[in-house]
Design a protein around this ligand. Structure first.
Ligand code: NAD
Length: 502
């Protein structure tokens, strides 16, 4: 396994090209400067500039949408076998550059190496999984009626836009782009302005692996500039968006005039509910993993712990002990468990909840301070003695910060769990099977895990309810979004047709 010094040396090698050439937009297989100039990418580890990044605006989005449109027919009509081959090539190329992707991602986002080295490989898995779906992606249904031979066909919706956030940006980008390409769509990708490095690597890898020019285009820039223009562009038939719930609402508004089909993967304030009959040691591991891994900057984090009163003291005591031992440090250090947060604004937001918690009457049982390193570090934090009405229980903090709320009865746990504007995931710990069935059927969430942390299985549907989103990804669900269904009915005989004007 690489050590910190070794990883730092690799970082210097991988960053050289970015420092020398910056990051341009990539349109129709060519580099393009940003029409609005450049912006700086800054590392959250030490707040130093990484490189200049092309600042795209409506002009660049227009060029990219035209490139995606020009490339569409050929990509759509490519044989499934050939499209599959190219996507597999991309998966293999990601695997061979996984270390570079992971190192750049750590430096660009502050995420720890131990997680990003796996996330890079998950990007390859996303391409491989959807490559295997290509062969059946167009398959329709045969739905005969007494008078008609009804069939359905599926075809790609056309060029689409993909807008991604800064948390695990490489993995999330592949999660949206791989199914779009597998469906036969061409793509304009607007990565998050805070983490542009690996989006550049992705488009480069894809082109090197044989993806024709114009099939995947990348335009960097700010959300209200490039992102807005993408949503409004008439040539783009759909927008797949991952980000905050407030931004998701804007995506719908901005896409309204062009009747954009939208897929929204948004925020969460996910409950993990621990009953006293659960395997408490396993529950403890999962609770800690699901909020403190990936800096707590994950949509599926279990940011609200609902703990049954009978085991509360014992569970919280063990939790406090473990949280104190979480290793905060340089993201390229393989021992690091929590790295710095993404940027100043986000750091200020997360840190502001330390005061809010105290003002609202909760206890800061561990953490609650910003780190003394030079980057955007905060201490892994646990709030106890909280109620669900407090802001720390209702708002998505998106950092390594857990709020513990006690409950007495199953009904109370359910009421607390559902008392939120969000509905992405829920985690349930109990050995009572009937209760697990009853509770999960009433829990308002798109995804629920019972006696498990979040384990992603690509054929299953991923997405949220309420303010956590619209639509599902995974398996065939991704194709529901990226493809149009067409019904064609063939008369099987001479059924009676109503005659007018005879
Ligand atoms: P964000 O909404 O601020 O930004 C996401 C992307 O949207 C960025 O590329 C940004 O430039 C762009 N954007 C911003 N304003 C826009 C506009 N007006 N029009 C078009 N695009 C615009 O989110 P973030 O802070 O980058 O990411 C964190 C959020 O993402 C959290 O809320 C998290 O829960 C959510 N998230 C959800 C999932 C999920 O699957 N449900 C996964 C990861 C992250």
């Amino acid at each position: 396994m690489s050590g910190l010094n070794e990883n730092k040396k690799k970082l210097e090698t991988y960053l050289t090209r970015f420092r020398e050439h910056g990051i341009s937009n990539r349109i129709a297989g060519q580099d393009h400067p940003g029409s609005a100039g450049v912006f700086e990418s800054v590392s959250p580890v030490d707040k130093t500039k990484i490189c200049d990044v092309a600042r795209g605006d409506a002009t660049d989005i227009d060029s990219a949408a035209k490139a995606a449109s020009a490339a569409f027919n050929d990509w759509r009509d490519l044989s499934a076998k050939e499209r599959r081959r190219i996507l597999i090539n991309i998966a293999e190329a990601i695997e061979s550059r996984a270390e570079e992707i992971a190192v750049c991602e750590c430096w660009d986002t502050g995420q720890a190496w131990r997680f990003m080295s796996k996330a890079a490989l998950r990007g390859a898995e996303n391409f491989r999984f959807f490559a295997d779906q290509v062969i059946s992606a167009r398959d329709g249904k045969h739905l005969p009626s007494p008078t008609l031979m009804n069939i359905t066909t599926r075809s790609p919706v056309g060029p689409v836009g993909v807008i991604t956030p800064w948390n695990t940006p490489f993995m999330l980008s592949t999660w949206k782009i791989a199914p779009a390409l597998a469906a036969g769509c061409t793509v304009v990708h607007k990565p998050a302005e805070l983490s542009p490095l690996t989006a550049r690597l992705l488009v480069e890898i894809a082109e090197d692996a044989g993806l024709p020019p114009g099939v995947l285009n990348t335009v960097n820039g700010y959300g209200e500039e490039a992102g807005k223009a993408l949503c409004e562009h008439p040539l783009l038939r759909a927008v797949a968006f991952v980000g905050e719930s407030a931004t998701g609402k804007l995506i719908i508004k901005q896409g309204a005039d062009t009747l954009k089909r939208v897929h929204l993967e948004l925020g969460g304030k996910n409950p993990v509910i621990v009953f006293d009959d659960a395997d408490l040691d396993r529950a403890l591991d999962a609770v800690i993993f699901m909020i403190y891994s990936i800096n707590g900057e994950r949509c599926t984090s279990s940011s609200r712990l609902l703990i049954q009163d009978t085991v509360r003291a014992e569970f919280e005591e063990k939790l406090i002990e473990r949280v104190r031992k979480i290793k905060v440090g340089h993201p390229l250090d393989p021992a690091t468990e929590v790295g710095p947060l993404i940027a100043q604004e986000h750091f200020d937001k997360v840190a502001s909840y330390f005061k809010i918690a105290e003002q609202d009457g909760a206890t800061i049982a561990v953490g609650g301070c910003v780190g003394d390193n030079e980057g955007f570090y905060v201490e892994p934090t646990l709030f106890t003695d909280a109620t669900n009405a407090m802001r720390i229980s209702q708002e998505e903090i998106f950092g390594p910060v857990l709020t513990s709320i006690p409950f007495f009865t199953e009904q109370e746990a359910l009421d607390i769990a559902n008392d939120t504007e969000y509905g992405l995931t829920g985690y349930l710990w109990t050995n009572d099977l009937t209760r697990a069935m009853r509770f999960s059927s009433q829990l308002e969430a798109g995804m629920i895990w019972v006696n498990s942390e979040n384990v992603r299985h690509l054929p299953t549907p991923f997405g949220g309810v309420k303010n956590s989103g619209i639509g599902r990804d995974g398996g065939d669900w991704s194709f529901e979004f990226y493809m149009e269904q067409k019904h064609i009915g063939f008369a099987t005989g001479q059924h009676k047709i109503s005659r007018l004007g005879v």
